[in-house]
Ligand binder design. Structure first.
Ligand code: AMP
Length: 113
């Protein structure tokens, strides 16, 4: 846990979130500013600053994030969707606790702007 981290505050319950899934390792909640009809985030409860902060000991939880994301996407009625992990401000990362965006429900352009 990091004291000043927004997503650690959500994990602790200090800030409310529209939660979709929670267990002892992973939390999923709707993005507060959705960019598509379905847009939620999957995070590990362990504070990892971003994709480049992942180490070997995180292999299991990173895989679990994808499995849970897939499961929720299906529950949300998505068969096609995009997974996004931004690493660093230039790549669009604004919250420095690793999070996987799951985005769908409309056509998405590629490459991103
Ligand atoms: P990124 O730009 O990849 O770091 O993504 C951070 C995401 O967190 C953005 O899509 C924000 O809309 C979202 N976000 C920021 N604050 C909250 C919050 N309190 N609850 C849910 N999502 C949030």
């Amino acid at each position: 846990m990091a004291e000043d981290c927004l997503f650690c505050k959500i994990i602790r319950g200090d800030i409310p979130a529209d939660k979709l899934y929670e267990d002892d390792e992973v939390l999923a909640f709707r993005d507060i500013a959705p960019v598509a009809p379905v847009h939620f985030l999957v995070i590990p409860k362990k504070h990892i600053s971003g994709p480049s902060g992942v180490t070997e000991e995180d292999d299991k939880v990173i895989g679990k994030m994808m499995r849970i994301g897939n499961h929720i996407a299906k529950e949300e009625g998505l068969e096609q969707f995009r997974l996004v992990l931004n690493n660093g401000a230039e790549a669009g990362q604004t919250v420095f606790h690793i999070h996987m965006h799951v985005i769908g429900g409309r056509s998405l352009n590629w490459p991103p702007g």
